[in-house]
Design a binder for this molecule. Structure first.
Ligand SMILES: C[S@@+](CC[C@H](N)C(=O)[O-])C[C@H]1O[C@@H](n2cnc3c(N)ncnc32)[C@H](O)[C@@H]1O
Length: 307
């Protein structure tokens, strides 16, 4: 039972100079003429569609302090602030490059920023925020990667960290799988800090393809977080059932779903044609196929602390 620890910290601190090749769903909806917007029943930017969805479940107008962790280009928070300029906002990010992009995107608004690895944040620091947002970034946090052909014993600190989660949260860790240790530890920290509302999302290894969904792309639902290789780093899909268990243990009310809940796809002729093809003929078809796939592959949790 041997693991190595996959981390992306060094890459994000020192090497990242563009998010262009890592097209998040948020970024793919940014250009007003994006083909992805035309594949939605209610076209719009990611942040505005998410804001209106969250507002149906969380009293957003009553919230003052909000923290976004890993805000990338800053588009999501720019949309939130345009809809609610009274938010007292902090942007926390490990990447100096992306913090500079966030400053540019939020230029007209008052906000604080913090260059920090979220793994190093203390519960005291986090405790002052009422709403914390983590969008499409948990897969970047450290992951224990199971090494199939290596029988060497895991080191003592790995064993202790896994034992802690198995015993305290009854997580059925099989010891034969990749483990999103960073995501588990960050969520535990946020729950301990008694953040009232938490929204998080990421590629899920447990997402289900809807029945009668005619798509020619490969779809895997898996118990085991899967590696996604990107430029300069690897990230992993997230096992949401483990995060859900932790939140429930701290008496959070949990809403779980996929992006299609608030980015409702419009299966118009263009979209249907793209999905039916075995291989895309045009760039737009390729973009649409990936986008619709992501709407179901990305899961979110909305966590509300029970009074
Ligand atoms: C894939 S991008 C997602 C950006 C944005 N939330 C979006 O949806 O477009 C991941 C973001 O998380 C940040 N990040 C990754 N690891 C982090 C860590 N350990 N602590 C803080 N931020 C981190 C990256 O710098 C980047 O801003």
């Amino acid at each position: 039972m041997s693991y190595y620890l996959n981390t992306t910290a060094n890459y994000h601190k020192n090497d990242l100079t563009t998010l262009g090749w890592e097209l998040t769903v948020c970024n793919s909806l940014e250009p007003p003429d994006s083909p992805c917007r035309k594949a939605l029943k209610h076209p719009g930017s990611f942040g505005s569609l998410l804001y209106h969805f969250l507002a149906r479940q969380i009293p957003l107008p009553e919230i003052t302090s909000i923290l976004e962790i890993g805000g990338g280009m800053g588009y999501l928070m720019r949309d939130f602030l345009s809809l609610n300029p009274s938010f007292k906002t902090t942007m926390l990010d490990i990447s100096p490059f992306l913090l500079s992009r966030q400053k540019a995107a939020l230029g007209n608004y008052n906000f604080k920023y913090q260059e920090m690895d979220i793994m190093d944040a203390s519960a005291d620091y986090l405790a002052g925020f009422e709403l914390v947002i983590l969008n499409e970034n948990l897969g970047d946090f450290p992951t224990f990667v199971y090494q199939v052909n290596n029988d060497a014993a895991a080191d003592i600190s790995t064993v202790e960290r896994l034992k802690y989660f198995r015993e305290n949260y009854q997580l059925p860790l099989t010891l034969r799988e990749n483990i999103n240790i960073g995501a588990l530890e960050v969520l535990e920290k946020l729950c301990r800090a008694e953040i009232k509302y938490i929204y998080l999302s990421e590629h899920s290894c447990e997402a289900l393809l809807p029945e009668n969904f005619a798509v020619t792309m490969e779809w895997k639902t898996n118990d085991n977080p899967e590696k996604i290789s990107l430029q300069g780093h690897d990230e992993f899909t997230i096992k949401f059932s483990f995060l859900q268990k932790i939140a429930e243990r701290f008496n959070y009310q949990v809403t779980r779903g996929c992006f299609a809940d608030f980015l409702e796809p419009d299966f118009n002729d263009r979209v249907q044609t793209s999905l039916r093809l075995v291989a895309a003929h045009t760039d737009e078809q390729e973009i649409l196929r990936q986008f619709i796939y992501d709407l179901f592959k990305y899961e979110y949790l909305i966590l509300k602390k029970e009074e």
